[in-house]
Design a protein around this ligand. Structure first.
Ligand code: SAH
Ligand code: SF4
Ligand code: F3S
Length: 479
């Protein structure tokens, strides 16, 4: 295996590797073909995904590979021949959920020894987790990580043939696997991961340790994927990366995310473009200009602030102050009027005082985000913040969390109230998840709108008059 100086495996090797996986896909398919002939039914799989949209997108690749190997998806784990968990470790509760699920599968595995239980994703990049699973969950058949996901066919083949636990975790890799099969969950909007990894090392965050350093996909590979989606009838794409603003920095030329947006904006068939996540320290005026100029790029920006106190921000290693963040927001709003802003906030970072927390509340009130995703700080082994002695007691964290939510919910509702009786453009996604017989879609500003509709409207842009306001969604009538 040849590795270049930046740890990026040469594309040629990668292409060879992918070709090898195609052979394993064929091998497993043959095994499944024989089994289906014997048993009179195809084999089934189920995938449960935890964590962020990039993990969701990875699961779509895993589903693509499983379908190519002759498996059929089922939502019922009792019917599954393969149960796969694609895990997240960004907070402790995400990990606990996975252990809960794995524990519950012991009985199923005893009743059906042919069942394959596989776990992959971010959690597996931590050696203590793999060791724990080996010791406590001996019924797991296959463990792999984030860097070798594209080798799933080979690993699965090994698990099926050798009938022993297969564990394959890579410390790191520069591999960017292109042209893997994919089965997307949705038919109107699609995720596209444009870069992998993160170089920021925010002091609370485990992601850089489990996802490795930043690697950008080539512009042409991304544009071709978007073109394919356009031809397949997809209308909206979301470009994904832990920090899309550093897209291209590893190319060694001047290509950046604004250039990518402009290229993607030209693709026919696609009517809306979104992206996430943007790190405030890297959001350039050039990108703001590109957002303004590209008509398909929606007026929504997810801009995690994490905390309002400049002292806490420094300790978080975020590399901006409260004032710089507020200034950035003003510049964005001046150039893109009406843009909706959403954010992530961590409550109870070690050493956060009441005064620091009030700074967070004040940022919330000054910016007036459309929505905020709020998290209780969770200690992650191996990160600098976990070693700090002044951890905030759980009780105080929870109280602050509730106070924050109260302030934000009021703001979200007030902003939504401003849309009453207004006409908005909605991309119809399908039946509403919450209200039976209603259809659902989003505005360009990413607000969920429910309305009476019909199946023919799915994938179409419609005008809706807003008639009812909720904190998290809107209701209206198509006009
Ligand atoms: N790359 C993105 C998001 C990464 S994870 C970004 O930089 O914004 C998504 C969110 O999880 C983060 O924005 C942060 O708010 C939260 N998060 C990350 N680590 C956490 C931790 N240890 N405890 C609580 N929340 C955390
Ligand atoms: Fe984690 Fe910070 Fe990277 Fe986001 S930018 S993934 S919060 S280290
Ligand atoms: Fe979780 Fe990994 Fe995403 S830790 S948030 S699934 S990158």
């Amino acid at each position: 295996m040849s590795i270049d100086t930046e740890g990026r495996k040469t594309r040629e090797v990668c292409a060879e590797d992918i070709a090898l996986q195609q052979q394993y896909i064929e091998k497993v398919k043959e095994l499944n073909f024989l089994s289906a002939a014997q048993k009179g039914k195809p084999k089934h799989y189920s995938i449960s995904t935890f964590g962020c949209q990039m993990n969701e997108n990875d699961s779509e690749r895993l589903a693509g590979m499983l379908n190519a190997m002759g498996y059929t998806e089922t939502g019922d784990i009792q019917q599954s021949d393969i149960i796969l968990y694609n895990t997240c470790c960004v907070r402790e509760n995400a990990e606990l959920k996975v252990y809960g699920h794995l524990g519950a599968l012991k009985k199923l595995k005893r009743e059906n020894p042919d069942l394959v239980i596989a776990v992959c994703g971010c959690m597996m990049q931590q050696s203590e987790v793999v060791e724990h699973i080996r010791q406590k969950y001996g019924h797991v058949d296959l463990i792999f990580g984030t860097h070798n996901l594209y080798r799933f066919p080979e690993l699965l083949h090994k698990a099926l043939v050798h009938k022993e636990t297969v564990i394959d975790i890579w410390e790191s890799s520069g591999v960017i696997a292109e042209n893997m099969p994919i089965t997307r969950k949705e038919s109107v909007k699609a995720w596209i991961t444009v870069m992998y990894g993160c170089n920021n090392f925010c002091s609370y965050c485990i992601v850089p340790y489990v996802r490795g350093r930043e690697r950008s996909r080539r512009v042409d590979d991304i544009v071709n994927e978007v073109k394919t989606l356009g031809r397949q009838g997809y209308k909206e794409i979301t470009l994904l990366g832990q920090n899309v603003n550093s897209y291209g920095k590893d190319f060694g030329d001047s290509t950046d995310f604004a250039d990518l947006l402009e290229k993607v904006n030209e693709v026919e068939g696609i009517s809306r473009i979104r992206f996430m996540t943007s790190h405030p320290k890297d959001l350039s005026d050039k990108l703001i200009e590109a957002m303004r100029n590209c008509e398909k790029v929606c007026e929504h920006l997810h801009l995690p602030v994490q905390a309002g106190s400049s002292k806490v921000l420094k300790e978080m290693n975020r590399k901006y102050t409260k004032e710089q963040y507020l200034d950035l927001v003003s510049r964005i709003r001046a150039r893109i009027p009406g843009i909706s802003l959403t954010t992530d906030i961590i409550v109870g970072f070690p050493g956060e005082t009441e005064e620091d927390f009030e700074d967070t509340l004040s940022v919330l009130k000054q910016v007036r985000f459309d929505m905020a995703y709020t998290f209780l700080y969770s200690k992650r082994t191996g990160t600098p913040a976990a070693k700090r002695p002044e951890q905030v007691p759980e009780e105080i964290k929870k109280q602050r969390f509730d106070r924050l939510l109260e302030v934000q919910n009021k703001i979200s509702k007030e902003i939504n109230d401003g849309l009453l009786h207004k006409e908005v453009e909605v991309l119809v996604e399908g039946l509403s998840k919450n209200s039976a017989r209603k259809y659902s879609g989003r505005t360009r500003t990413n607000k969920i709108v429910n309305f009476k509709g019909s199946n023919e409207l799915v994938g179409k842009l419609v005008k809706v008059r807003i008639e009812k306001i909720h904190t998290w969604s809107l209701e209206g009538t198509i006009i």
